[in-house]
Ligand binder design. Structure first.
Ligand SMILES: Cc1cc2nc3c(=O)[nH]c(=O)nc-3n(C[C@H](O)[C@H](O)[C@H](O)COP(=O)(O)O)c2cc1C
Ligand SMILES: [Mn+2]
Length: 481
């Protein structure tokens, strides 16, 4: 059964020994980061800090920071289960028989049932503050020494696309400028920024609501690279198997997750910009200061006893790596629906997801690897991928050592590497130019005669099965244990 809110998930984690409460007084300025960096690097639990300096509210962190917790957050025991659920929605073969067509239609009907559901009264509005309010009541973190200020690090930023009226949710960190103003760090390629550009074109300010907390699948959905126009809350409904309940905001025309802990309502002006950053980011480097829009808060609503959710990003692995691994598993089925020759994908944590992709394929025609590489560079947020390595289907891409063995031995660099240019993630610091640069595709598959390879490709060394069985049987006799 789906979790209704953050506190149900906290209870679930606590029963399973996956959440610790800390009652010692801790400072949200740097101290929590150092604690959670250590916990995270040793695959530790989620932590509820109950006594945070300067605030009455407890702070929840590292909630998603393991494969187990990330899977539970999505109502599954492991991420492959979640992927399978999605696979059934996006079959790689079009329905052919009447029965298959009916079953596809039934699934579509099921999806309609899972659309967000509007309710009239919600926990996230138990307290409404629209006159004397300040962000200072929240235990907002300053994560790293050179961060420009405190940052809200786990916000669900909700906007509405002016032409279509469709809502979008993205997670964009928010620098606190003062009691009622924050930076709005939506990267130019993300839906939030595209929607904002529409409002700039119209010269209108854009209404924005920010939810903190909510059920864990909804929080994850804000980070999922869905195509523009695809409702993150419907996606969350699908992950949960139950619709997400929403409520109308008090001062803006937006609907927010009813079971969130805290809601910030306000607007972003079409022309105002302020320097945002630096901020210690998930690349393990500080993202440099740059001009970003500004969020003005008009009203804050929250539960009577809110829990403030946060995360710390930094040199991987950290909490966000597990959220991204969920994305890797879930979106593999969507990618496969378009590129069925793909067997598996590994986005290594060290590559922070947009820097490196290891891909295995069923190769069936000459230069097939390059077809896949080029297709991925044109596919949603995979467009950012700086380095793509393609290997044959028998190579386990989840084992980077096996992939390295293939690359180092199978590749003739001049023949097997292609370079291209394209957009880069805003956080890339290696390119001479911000936001775009070069990319590399490496074909580490076995080369064919039809690909111009005229020599004889050697076999992998493998022992005969019979000898292996013999040695298995006699193993203890050799006295080598
Ligand atoms: C912890 C965390 C922090 C993130 N911070 C930002 C950010 O500051 N700006 C941004 O544009 N994307 C950020 N992202 C990535 C986006 O949330 C993600 O790409 C999402 O798909 C964007 O949604 P959208 O396309 O609907 O805008 C962050 C992701 C995570 C997990
Ligand atoms: Mn979106």
């Amino acid at each position: 059964m789906a979790f209704k809110d953050l506190r149900e998930f906290i209870e679930f984690l606590e029963v399973r020994g996956e959440l610790r409460r800390v009652s010692t007084l801790v400072d949200p300025v740097l101290e929590i980061t150092e604690i959670i960096d250590r916990v995270s690097k040793s695959q530790g639990p989620a932590v509820l800090f109950e006594n945070v300096k300067g605030s009455q509210m407890p702070l929840l962190i590292n909630t998603f920071g393991s494969f187990k917790r990330m899977s539970w957050a999505l109502d599954a025991e492991n991420l492959d289960q979640v992927a399978e659920r999605l696979q059934s929605l996006f079959p790689s073969e079009p329905p052919s028989t009447f029965r298959q067509k009916i079953s596809t239609l039934l699934k579509l009907k099921e999806v309609t049932r899972l659309r967000p559901k509007l309710i009239k009264k919600a926990p996230c509005q138990e307290v409404v503050l629209n006159r004397d309010f300040s962000l200072e009541i929240f235990p907002i973190l300053k994560c790293w020494p050179k961060d420009a200020s405190r940052f809200i690090t786990l916000p669900l930023v909700i906007t509405k696309d002016p032409p279509t009226g469709r809502q979008n949710i993205g997670m964009y960190r928010m620098q606190v400028f003062d009691e009622r103003t924050c930076g709005m760090h939506w990267h130019m390629h993300h839906d939030g920024a595209q929607i904002y550009r529409e409002s700039v074109k119209r010269g209108e300010s854009l209404e924005v609501a920010v939810a903190l907390g909510g059920d864990p699948a909804t929080i994850y959905s804000a980070t999922a690279p869905l195509p523009r126009g695809f409702d993150e809350l419907l996606f969350a409904g699908f992950l949960r198997g139950e619709p997400v309940e929403v409520i109308a905001c008090k001062t803006v025309d937006l609907k927010v997750p009813a079971h969130a802990e805290i809601i910030l309502e306000g607007y972003v002006d079409p022309f105002e910009r302020r320097l945002e950053g630096p901020f210690g980011d998930h690349t393990g480097y500080y993202s440099l200061p740059d001009e970003y829009p500004v969020f003005h808060i008009k009203c804050i609503t929250h539960r009577s006893d809110p829990i403030y959710p946060a995360t710390v990003v930094g040199r991987p692995p950290m909490e966000d790596c597990y959220m991204a691994k969920a994305t890797e598993r879930i979106f593999l089925s969507l990618i496969k629906a378009q590129l069925p020759e793909i067997v598996d994908i590994n986005l290594p944590m060290e590559g922070v997801f947009h820097n490196c992709a290891l891909i295995s394929i069923k190769k069936s025609y000459p230069l097939h690897a390059f077809k896949v590489i080029n297709a991925l560079w044109g596919l949603g947020q995979m467009m950012f991928t700086k380095m793509i390595v393609v290997v044959d289907e028998d190579v386990d891409v989840q084992n980077p050592s096996e992939v390295a063995w293939k690359v180092f031995n199978n590749v003739d660099p001049e023949r097997d590497i292609i370079f291209t240019k394209g957009p880069l993630d805003v956080l890339d610091h290696a390119s001479n130019t911000a936001n775009y640069g070069s990319k590399m595709g490496i074909d580490a598959t076995k080369k064919w005669r039809e690909e111009g390879y005229t020599r004889e490709w050697p076999d992998d060394i493998r022992m005969d099965g019979e000898i292996r069985r013999l040695v298995d049987e006699k193993w203890h006799e050799y006295g080598l244990e």
